[in-house]
Design a protein around this ligand. Structure first.
Ligand code: ADP
Length: 473
């Protein structure tokens, strides 16, 4: 069932219920008000007539004489009937309009008894299909005795006719109101929901054609629907970006893996065919196979880590003594450098942050590894740690080959290498700095590089400080 249909049905049902309640209320209010009005008039007229009767010294004598002058003294409307009964319920006197129609106003024994006890009351009776509202009251003798009962009645035909017309009007208003609401509601719902149909159609088209570049035309209504369209477009943009990154990555990975695999395969073929007779060359082929296999293992490990980063991998945060960590990686760096380049520790403050020690170690080792790789023999690498007011700054400076200015903006991209052949020769994967960048960002920090071709590079890592920790030495 469509939302449009449901909305329309709900509108109409709600309005219908409201109209029904309103009509019912109005109708019963009118009925009661009119009846109260009639009752009041009857009572007034009854009391007036009774007063006249009671003024008579011997009212019953007048009644017995059939003295018609008694009732005409009170002016009655044509639809007002009057009747006088003796205490035993026998009719003594009737107004002329009753007499002419040869009608009486019947009374129940109960009402008669009540009247004879001095109480008055109302009741409604039907006379040949006509409802008549009756006020029935005792007639007192001047000495206080109850000498009879006076009944004043009024036809309710006018009231019934009027209420009938009100009923018809209410019925018409309700039906027209509901039809109007249903039509208006359906139109409104249709125009309000049309953009959703558009969104559905676009989503379907994208699903069919897999064209993530397509976007929904956003209605400039600034309402929920335009926000939905906006959100949908944003989602498409992100999906498109992710999809393209994914495709590029798959392309890059297969390309990157092909070269080592070809090298391994080639060397294996040669070895299998016994083509390499020289023992030294055989060793070289085996070493090459080993290097490539190791490089591939590293690349797969790096890719896995980056994939986890993309999937929102959470850091295992704990307090990390950065100065201790720096000392640690410095020692490791000295071993990695194998005396080719000199490593030294520069300024070193004491600093502690909340971080993932394994990831931070990896970050620093990647920077040191690069510095060693891209610094010719005899060069110098300096590690330094500065504790500043709200952050820690770690610098890895080398006197290596440097990075060209137009390569600088790209070096943190996955698989980017300024000199592919050199990087490969040195066992690089092109993923080291991407990991450095991710780890820095995941810690709420950043990484920056300054470099000059032929002179060297400085990588500056900034990490926010944890509060309330030891001051610098
Ligand atoms: P790789 O595995 O190739 O070293 P990285 O992501 O670690 O990949 O580095 C990307 C590229 O940035 C390197 O190929 C190199 O061209 C350049 N680079 C990184 N560090 C340095 C450095 N200290 N000196 C000069 N070039 C560097």
């Amino acid at each position: 069932m469509s939302i449009r249909f449901r909305l329309t049905v709900w509108y109409s049902a709600l309005l219908g219920a409201m109209l029904l309640l309103f009509s019912f209320g109005l109708y019963s209010f009118l009925t009661n008000a009119i009846l109260a009005d009639v009752s009041n008039t009857l009572k007034g007229q009854g009391e007036q007539a009774a007063a006249v009767i009671e003024l008579e010294l011997d009212p019953m004598a007048a009644v017995r004489r059939d003295d018609t002058s008694l009732l005409p003294r009170v002016v009655f409307a044509t639809q007002v009937y009057a009747q006088v009964l003796t205490p035993d319920g026998v009719i003594y006197q009737r107004s002329p309009n009753l007499k002419n129609m040869d009608q009486i106003l019947p009374i129940s024994q109960e009402m008669l008894d009540r009247n004879l006890k001095g109480q008055s009351g109302y009741y409604t009776l039907r006379q040949q299909g006509t409802p008549i509202h009756v006020y029935s009251m005792p007639i007192h003798h001047t000495n206080g005795d109850i000498v009879g009962v006076l009944q004043i009645g009024q036809s309710l035909v006018d009231m019934q006719n009027m209420l009938g017309r009100v009923r018809t009007a209410l019925y018409l208003i309700s039906v027209l109101g509901i039809i109007g609401t249903a039509l208006g509601g359906a139109l409104l719902a249709r125009s309000a929901l049309r953009p959703i149909d558009d969104i559905t159609a676009t989503a379907r088209r994208i699903g069919r054609t897999e064209n993530l570049a397509e976007r929904i035309a956003i209605p400039d209504s600034g309402d929920e629907v335009s926000r939905l369209a906006e959100t949908f477009n944003e989602m498409l943009t992100r999906l498109d970006h992710l999809f393209q990154t994914q495709q590029r990555l798959v392309g890059d990975v297969s390309h990157e893996l092909r070269t080592p695999l070809t090298t391994i395969q080639g060397n294996l073929d040669l070895l299998k065919r016994g083509a390499i007779e020289d023992a030294e060359l055989r060793q070289e082929a085996l070493a090459e196979i080993e290097t490539e296999a190791r490089r591939m293992t590293r690349m797969v490990g790096d890719l896995l880590l980056l994939a986890q980063a993309d999937a929102g991998h959470v850091l295992n945060r704990a307090p990390v003594e950065l100065d201790t960590l720096l000392l640690d990686v410095f020692r490791q760096g000295v071993m990695m450098a194998q005396g080719q380049v000199e490593l030294r520790l520069g300024h070193e403050d004491q600093a502690q942050i909340m971080g993932d020690v394994d990831r931070l170690r990896q970050l620093l080792l990647n920077l040191i590894d690069n510095a060693i790789k891209y610094t010719p023999a005899g060069g110098m690498i300096t590690l330094a740690l500065y504790r500043e007011s709200a952050q820690v700054r770690i610098e890895v400076t080398d006197t290596g080959i440097g990075i060209a200015e137009n390569d600088l903006p790209h070096i943190f991209e996955r698989f980017f290498r300024a000199d592919r052949a050199r990087s490969r020769r040195l066992g690089g994967t092109g993923l080291g700095l991407s990991i450095v960048h991710w780890v820095a960002q995941a810690h709420g920090g950043d990484i920056e590089v300054r470099s000059e071709l032929g002179k060297g590079s400085t990588f500056t890592l900034r990490l926010p400080l944890a509060d309330g920790l030891p001051r610098s030495r």
